[in-house]
Design a protein around this ligand. Structure first.
Ligand code: 4AZ
Length: 912
């Protein structure tokens, strides 16, 4: 009660001993105050509080001691296992857990487990019960002569005995190499009960026991008739949070299960959301075939060894993605064709079901028998056999006695010293991979490459491939010692990757085996997977002459004059950055050209007065002041790190620099623009083809989200009778690779709304940017994915490599490309660009190109992205293809809309 409001007037008590003449000591010196009864009460309260605090401390100590130090703390452990019951025949009713047969056999299994555990003191003491999860047909000839049971056993042990429990559980398994019958060790048998063997059990993955998992569900599917399995909500909504779902897949006896993923897009972090596939009906860890999360690039086609497979999905609270859809089917076990005798002098062979993942528990043996007087060579074209381990104990290929594994091969070609070779492939019971393809050929030892060129790495090439500007050998030996005129060709062919000699990876390769005499050393330093023709290698060519617009680096390279003194080491030996008029050594050059001591850079203070000394730091200090060069977090604070957004590290205290970062990655799985080359399918999943209905491809665009695209405003301007500003005129093709060839990944959408920038100037092309809203959301897939939008302060420095993509004309005035083209260009200094272009280049424009000419965007590429890879590998859109003086002309770079200038406008209009 508030005394002031209570209606009672407060008046100090009139003490009889009160002497108004007395002066009190300062209150701080309480020790000298005379203690009155009120003070004594306070003292008691203080003592009480002290005692209470002591009691709390004691209790806390007791709790800590109880949970951490006390010697009788117990833990619960769950093991998932399976075992074979050899004296039972599999019945179809065992598939139904409510059938009397299931219930009866399950009860016998539980008794049997109790008996097994009773023989071991650790297990006997700690066993708390078992549940049977499923039965399947046992291994053998498919006549159902045994049953496999999948169960879960719970134990409760003293914390210090966890390891002994693991050991005791492990001891039930047959020892590798033991000779105890067909199925390994036989276990105790109660009278009239089960003959069990082949026990396997493993602790349950802790991610599957998360307390947050509220929905646990099992789906039973028979794969006799093929069908699809998908995550809940797919494709209309993302999968639900905090679920643990199991799909038990069963094939007919004598068949195996096949599961082919069409789409798989989960959260990147496997600790949060993941799928697992097991060669079992229960999640037994040593029978896991794969674990996947994110957007895997590798083969996603899986086969079981027997008639069962388990697919699991575990999700957490946050970041739920589209999920997956997969086709299931069954294949007869007799369909596996692997191994055999090969007698032709040339041929090929591959791991079973390649390019699908090979099944577990598989062995294949090939014996090659070539004509007398020849030797044999074998080359692995693809080789993916799990992890590389020292002794290749898991999955491996053996060529004669040489064991190979991993995804890196130790040598490109293996040869025999006779006309016979034995190749053995073996997979163990867990973790499968894509396998291998191999080619072999017999050769006459004295004439390894008849009529052909022999590369240093011993491949044989058609002589026409020598000095053609392409690295056909892979070690560039076909491009060495070429004459001057041929060297020039090489320069032209390699202009898209200026420092790299192109290879024809991905195309049919004309290189063949050398008919070589010496044996290739399997232990050579070349990684086995590093096939000569799969790599881009630097050419060893005589230094070229530089032309008028180029400077000559000390190392002999030619670089555009304009790249001098742009703070980028273009030469590779920094000679283009030497002797530039700059600040003194030990000083930093601010953007406003001031010089400050280097040590003042990145100290958290704005020493340049334009913030530029605090904008390109490795550390992310929170700055006292924001500037136009510093990243602003959502909470309004600015940080000093250069381009911190979506770089995989949290820099802002509120984490806003890592928000909405699912963009800019390429979920594709497989392996013109003027002066470009065809891209691979799925390489540019944000690239969109905008079609005018009835006319076809007209402009490019970029995917910003599942609803919004970005293009150039000049693409959507009315042009006489052509009403391009009307949304109904357009349709967008997302996930397209080849014009007029849609694939399963292509999505066609009408446009609901076009928002051109209100300040677009059709004369100067200033503010040449527009947004398009799709009429309905698209489901992102491996060929449709948003590109990252840079923040207003994102820095795309001069000289930075960027990629242009599109189906535009392949030369000025030429025809449009059918296959999506790509070309690498560089960001060009704005001052230089302004001086080169006839028309006005505003600060809202960005120039990029190759000043020598030959590489550029062109008609039909407009609206498409200028893509730049950020520090963490995510791709950001730096520009929108806008205009140029013709296409690919010398000293005429392409001009792009500078996207950083429009970040807030994009957010305002689209919410992205
Ligand atoms: C166009 O017409 C166009 N060289 C786009 C880009 C460039 C030229 C023309 C740049 O769509």
């Amino acid at each position: 009660m508030d005394f002031l409001d209570s209606g009672q007037k407060f008046s100090p008590r009139q003490d009889q001993d009160w002497d108004p003449t007395l002066t009190f000591l300062p209150a701080a010196d309480t020790r000298q105050l005379e203690k009155n009864p009120g003070q004594r009460r306070k003292l008691w309260i203080g003592v009480g509080l002290l005692l209470a605090a002591a009691a709390v401390a004691l209790l806390t100590g007791l709790l800590v001691w109880h949970y951490h130090l006390r010697s009788d703390v117990r833990v619960k452990k769950v093991y998932i296992g399976s075992m074979a019951i050899s004296n039972e025949r599999f019945l179809p009713s065992y598939e139904d857990s409510s059938s009397p047969q299931f219930v009866h056999l399950a009860s016998l299994v539980r008794q049997q487990l109790k008996l097994i555990y009773s023989k071991n003191s650790v297990l006997a003491k700690s066993f708390r019960g078992a549940t049977v999860q499923a039965f399947s047909e046992g291994e053998g000839d498919g006549d159902g002569d045994s049953v496999v049971v999948y169960y879960q056993s719970k134990f409760d042990v003293h914390i210090s005995q966890q390891a002994s429990l693991d050991q005791a559980v492990q001891s039930l398994e047959p020892q590798t190499g033991s000779q105890s019958g067909r199925h390994g060790r036989l276990l105790p048998k109660p009278t009239d009960a089960l003959n069990v063997n082949n026990v396997v059990s493993r602790a349950l993955d802790p991610r599957m026991t998360r307390t947050t998992l509220f929905a646990k569900k099992v789906f039973n599917l028979h794969v006799r008739d093929s069908g699809v399995v998908k995550s809940p909500g797919f494709p209309d909504s993302s999968y639900p949070p905090n679920v643990y779902l199991q799909w038990r897949l069963r094939a007919d006896p004598g068949h195996r299960v096949r599961l082919d993923f069409h789409t798989l897009i989960l959260e990147d972090d496997c600790q949060q959301d993941f799928i697992q596939i097991y060669d079992s009906l229960a999640p037994i860890q040593n029978l896991v075939l794969t674990e996947q999360c994110g957007y895997p690039h590798e083969s996603l086609s899986f086969l079981s060894s027997g008639s069962v497979m388990l697919l699991t999905l575990v999700t957490d609270e946050e970041k739920n993605f589209p999920g997956f859809i997969a086709n299931y089917s069954q294949i007869s076990l007799s369909e596996q064709k692997c191994g055999g005798t090969l007698t032709a002098s040339k041929g090929s062979f591959s791991s079973p079901f390649f390019p699908s993942n090979y099944p577990p528990k598989t062995t294949c043996v090939w014996k090659i028998q070539a004509p007398k007087e020849t030797f044999l060579k074998v080359q692995f074209k693809k080789f993916f056999l799990g992890n590389n381990s020292a002794q290749c104990r898991q999955d491996y290929v053996e060529v004669d006695d040489q064991r190979l594994c991993g995804s890196k091969l130790q040598s490109s070609v293996l040869t025999s010293r006779s006309n016979a070779m034995t190749i053995r492939f073996r997979s163990d019971s867990s973790y499968v991979d894509q396998g291998f393809t191999a080619e072999y050929e017999a050769f006459i030892p004295t004439n390894p490459c008849p009529g052909r060129f022999q590369c240093t790495n011993n491949l044989c090439l058609n002589t026409t491939l020598q000095c053609d500007g392409w690295n056909d050998c892979g070690d560039a030996s076909d491009e060495e010692n070429c004459s001057e005129s041929r060297t020039r060709t090489l320069q032209i062919r390699s202009r898209f990757q200026p420092e790299k000699l192109p290879t024809k990876s991905g195309f049919h390769h004309p290189a063949e085996f050398p008919q070589h005499i010496t044996s290739y050393n399997v232990c050579s330093n070349r990684p086995f997977g590093d096939f000569p023709f799969m790599t881009s290698q630097r050419a060893v060519a005589p230094p070229p002459e530089c032309d008028g617009s180029q400077m000559k680096c000390k190392n002999g390279r030619c670089k555009p004059e304009f790249w001098k003194c742009d703070s980028v080491d273009d030469c590779g030996d920094n000679t283009d950055e030497e002797n530039c008029v700059k600040c003194k050594p030990g000083e930093f050059t601010c953007r406003n050209s001031r010089c400050i001591p280097k040590k003042m850079q990145c100290d958290g203070k704005d020493d340049c007065s334009d913030g530029s000394d605090e904008s390109k730091c490795e550390k992310s200090l929170v700055l006292q002041q924001c500037s136009e060069f510093t990243f602003r977090c959502r909470d309004g604070r600015c940080i000093s790190k250069l381009n911190p957004e979506c770089d995989g590290e949290q820099d802002c205290e509120d984490g806003s620099d890592e928000d909405n970062c699912h963009c800019g990655t390429r979920p594709y799985r497989s392996s013109r623009i003027v002066g470009g080359q065809a891209s691979r399918e799925g390489e540019w999943p944000w690239q969109v083809s905008l079609h005018i209905k009835g006319q076809g491809h007209t402009c490019g665009a970029s995917v910003l989200s599942n609803r919004w695209l970005m293009t150039a405003a000049h693409c959507v301007q009315d042009n006489g009778p052509n009403k391009y500003s009307q949304a109904t005129q357009w349709e967008a093709l997302l996930g397209l690779h080849v014009q007029s060839q849609t694939s399963e990944w292509t999505v066609r959408r009408n446009i609901q709304r076009i928002i051109a920038h209100p300040d677009y100037n059709f004369l100067t092309y200033d503010n040449d940017i527009a947004l398009m809203e799709l009429d309905s959301n698209v489901t992102l897939n491996q060929n449709i994915w948003p590109i990252c939008l840079p923040s207003p302060t994102y820095d795309f420095p001069v000289g930075l490599a960027a990629w242009i993509t599109g189906w535009g004309a392949t030369r000025e005035g030429g025809l449009a490309a059918k296959i999506l083209q790509k070309a690498e260009v560089r960001i060009i200094n704005s001052t230089v660009c302004k001086s080169l272009m006839k028309d006005d280049v505003t600060d809202r424009m960005l120039c990029a190109g190759i000043l020598k000419g030959g590489v550029d965007a062109c008609q039909g590429d407009s609206g498409g992205p200028l893509s730049v890879t950020g520090p963490s590998g995510r791709v950001f859109i730096a520009g929108v293809v806008s205009w140029g003086d013709g296409c690919a002309r010398r000293n005429k770079p392409g001009v792009y809309t500078r996207v950083t200038k429009y970040r807030s406008w994009i957010k305002e209009k689209s919410g992205v």
